[in-house]
Design a protein around this ligand. Structure first.
Ligand SMILES: C[S@@+](CC[C@H](N)C(=O)[O-])C[C@H]1O[C@@H](n2cnc3c(N)ncnc32)[C@H](O)[C@@H]1O
Length: 280
């Protein structure tokens, strides 16, 4: 997409006022870069510059984004249709696009309840698109940082019944959390709050899925331009997020390899690990 056919979000909207991440169009934000990679219009010049710099080093990043989004559809269908889940806590929601979690879940089970969480003001500005629940179910949006698990759990408890299974989805968000914020402890706090039979689904950039040179080039191109961290982690560290859980088949694999439905994201090789675990 070029800047010519890309609409800028409206100044003075909710994005100017709220959100725990400051609204700043001069630096790139992961939510808006992801929107650009998926062909959306809710991104700014800084986001497009950062995305294009990374694509020069790593052209399959666009496929990786599409494969991640396609995984979201497959995993939510699995959770609703096969695992019988009716409650979802989707953290790191992203800018709404086609096939948001509540739409996928409620297509299968209209009574599904979905709580969305993101800390980017542009996601908040578009949150009304996430609040279009089927009348049999319900959706809620919480403007919060993943690291503030108490605020998330307190807010989510207004809609979700934590005595019943909940699917926690953390898709393409944990690599924005540096080691110094202990992402494993964050996930453990969330999963401690949900009962046995709950699920965790996540995707995460894999340090062992890209060559060192590409990773270094990617980081050099994007780190100075993007407000968030981007931390690649190896399979072993991604597997540790699932402590106390049984992995659903096919286990920990690249996103496009998890119960694939060929053709949905095009063809390519992503750099994202994914897995789904069921709490014992
Ligand atoms: C790449 S997008 C993924 C969107 C969606 N989960 C998907 O997979 O299609 C990552 C999202 O995580 C959000 N995010 C990153 N760090 C976060 C944090 N600490 N707290 C809340 N949201 C965060 C970003 O704002 C962005 O919307």
């Amino acid at each position: 997409m070029t800047s010519d056919n890309t609409a800028e979000p409206i100044p003075g909207g909710a994005a100017d006022r709220a959100g725990s991440l400051p609204f700043d169009t001069s630096v790139a934000h992961q939510a808006r870069i992801y929107d650009y990679l998926l062909g959306g219009k809710d991104n700014y010049a800084a986001d497009r510059v950062a995305a294009e710099a990374a694509l020069k080093i790593y052209p399959e990043w666009a496929f990786t984004a599409r494969a991640n989004r396609a995984f979201l559809g497959r995993v939510v269908r699995f959770l609703a249709a096969e695992a019988g889940i009716r409650q979802f806590l989707d953290i790191g929601t992203g800018i709404p696009t086609a096939g948001n979690t509540h739409q996928v879940a409620q297509d299968i089970a209209p009574e599904s309840r979905v709580v969305y969480v993101d800390y980017d003001p542009i996601v908040l500005a578009h949150a009304r698109a996430l609040l279009t629940s089927h009348e049999a179910g319900a959706t809620e949006y919480i403007d919060a940082d993943l690291r503030d698990t108490s605020a998330i759990l307190e807010g989510a408890a207004r809609l979700l019944d934590f005595s019943q299974p909940v699917a926690v989805t953390l898709l393409a968000i944990l690599h924005a959390i540096p080691d110094s914020d202990d992402p494993h402890a964050i996930v453990a706090r969330l999963m401690d709050a949900v009962p046995s039979g709950s699920y965790l689904a996540l995707t995460h950039a894999g340090s062992d899925l890209l060559g060192q040179e590409t990773r270094d080039g990617f980081s050099e191109a994007t780190d100075p331009l993007v407000v968030q961290d981007f931390v690649f982690r190896p399979l072993e560290q991604v597997a540790r997020f699932f402590a106390g859980m049984d992995l659903v088949e096919p286990g920990l694999v690249r996103v496009e390899e998890w119960r694939p439905e060929p053709g949905t994201a095009g063809t390519g090789t992503s750099s994202l690990w994914c897995a789904v675990g069921r709490k014992r």
